[in-house]
Design a protein around this ligand. Structure first.
Ligand code: FO1
Length: 351
C-alpha cells in the first residue's frame, strides 16, 4: 500500500510567530493574495487527506477563500483533555506546522509529558500513552479544554486556535455538540480512537454509528458556507468515518445535495487502495465497493463530479453512468506541487 507519507503543507514551522509563509498564503505564492476573483470553496473535511487537499486548494485560491467544515466524530477525551484530531490536523497542516512523518501532531515535537506519564502505567494498571500527545500539541488541548470548560463553544475555540497558528482559512467544526463515532467490532462497540489508534485499525468493522448526531445541530455558519460557496468540495477522506459524520449532522447532507451541481468529490481510493488508513478495508467490510466507482456511488446524490486517479481511468464509463462527471487526474499528493495539481483538477471539475 502506498502510504502517501510525504506531506503537503509547505515547509515546516513550529509556531505561527516564526517567520515564513503559510501554505496558500500570498507570501508563499510570492505575490498578491488570491482574493476577488477567487472562488469561495467550502470543503467537507476529515484529517490527513483533507488537510493535504486543502493545502493544495489554498495554493490555488488562497486560504482566505476556503471554509472547511471538519469532522469532529473522532474527538476524544484523554487525561481529561478534549482532543479534536481532525480539526488540529487541518489547522497544523494549513499552518505549515504539521508533523510530516505522521500527518498528525506538530513538527519538532518533544514527548516529555508522555514519558513522565508512562511512569504511572504500573500504578494505573494500564498503558496511559497509547494515544500520543506531544508536549506542544498538549498546549492546544489544554487551551481547548479550558475554554470549553469556561463556556466557549467548539467553534469559538477552533477559531482562536486557527488564529494562534496564523491560519487564514475559516475552520468550522461540523457541530458544537458532541457527536461520537462508535465502531462495532466482533468484541463489541468501541470509541473511534480505541479502534483506530488503540487497535491500529487492524480488526474488521461490523458497523459504524455517530452517537448524538440526531440531536446535533450544524455549527454556526456551516449551512450558510455550503449554501453560499462557489464550489463545494468533498475531500479525499474516509467516506464512512471522516465524511460520514459531517453528513450525519442534521441538515448538512441536505444542504450539500441541494448544491450538487457545484459539488466536486475527490476519491480517497486509488486502484482499490486507500493511501493512508483503513478506508479500503472498512468500505468492503461495510458492504461498499472499495474502489473509486464505489466512492462515486456513495457521493452520487451529493456531487456532480468526482476526481479519480489515472490508475482508475478505466472506471470512468461506470462512474459517468451514475450521472457523475468523471475527471481523471494524478491524485497521489506526495508533495505541495502534486497537491496543487490535484486541487486545480478538482476546482476545474466544477461547472
Ligand atoms: N494517530 C495514531 O495513529 N497514534 C497516535 O498516537 C495519535 C495521536 C494523536 C494525537 C493528536 C491528534 O490530533 C491526532 C493523533 N493521532 C494519532 C491521529 C488521529 O487519531 C487519527 O489519524 C484521526 O483521528 C483519523 O482521522
Amino acid at each position: 500500500m502506498n502510504t502517501g507519507q510525504a506531506a503537503v503543507g509547505g515547509r515546516t514551522r513550529a509556531v505561527a510567530a516564526e517567520a515564513g509563509p503559510r501554505p496558500g498564503s500570498a507570501a508563499e505564492a510570492g505575490g498578491t493574495p488570491a482574493v476577488g476573483a477567487a472562488p469561495a470553496v467550502t470543503a467537507i473535511a476529515g484529517g490527513v487527506g483533507a488537510a493535504r487537499m486543502l493545502s493544495g486548494i489554498a495554493s490555488v485560491v488562497g486560504q482566505g477563500s476556503i471554509t472547511a467544515v471538519v469532522n469532529t466524530g473522532d474527538d476524544t477525551v484523554l487525561h481529561g483533555l478534549h482532543v479534536s484530531p481532525d480539526l488540529d490536523t487541518v489547522t497544523y497542516t494549513l499552518a505549515g506546522a504539521s508533523n510530516l512523518e505522521t500527518g498528525w501532531g506538530l513538527a519538532g515535537e518533544t514527548w516529555g509529558v508522555m514519558e513522565a506519564l508512562a511512569a504511572f502505567d504500573a500504578v494505573a494498571g494500564q498503558s496511559l500513552g497509547w494515544f500520543r500527545l506531544g508536549d506542544k500539541d498538549l498546549a492546544t488541548h489544554l487551551y481547548r479544554t479550558g475554554r470549553l470548560a469556561a463556556g466557549a463553544t467548539l467553534s469559538q475555540v477552533t477559531s482562536d486556535i486557527a488564529k494562534r497558528f496564523g491560519v487564514e482559512a475559516r475552520l468550522l467544526p461540523m457541530s458544537d455538540e458532541r457527536v461520537e463515532t462508535r465502531v462495532t467490532l466482533a468484541s463489541g462497540e468501541v470509541g473511534f480512537q480505541e479502534y483506530f489508534v488503540g487497535l491500529g485499525h487492524a480488526v474488521p468493522v461490523k458497523a459504524v454509528r455517530f452517537a448524538g448526531s440526531e440531536a446535533a445541530r450544524p455549527a454556526p455558519g456551516v449551512l450558510e458556507a455550503v449554501e453560499r460557496a462557489d464550489i463545494v468540495l468533498i475531500c479525499p477522506s474516509n467516506p464512512v468515518v471522516s465524511i460520514g459524520p459531517v453528513l450525519a449532522v442534521p441538515g448538512v447532507a441536505e444542504a450539500v445535495a441541494r448544491r450538487r451541481e457545484a459539488t466536486v468529490a475527490v476519491s480517497p481510493i486509488i486502484a482499490g487502495k486507500a493511501l493512508k488508513g483503513p478506508a479500503d478495508r472498512m468500505l468492503a467490510e461495510l458492504g461498499y465497493e472499495p474502489s473509486a466507482a464505489g466512492v462515486a456511488e456513495m457521493w452520487a446524490p451529493y456531487a456532480a463530479a468526482i476526481v479519480v486517479d489515472n490508475a482508475d481511468a478505466g472506471l470512468a464509463p461506470r462512474i459517468e453512468a451514475l450521472g457523475v462527471r468523471c475527471v481523471v487526474a494524478p491524485s497521489v499528493m506526495s508533495g505541495p506541487a502534486e497537491a496543487a495539481k490535484l486541487a486545480e483538477a478538482a476546482l476545474g471539475a466544477a461547472p
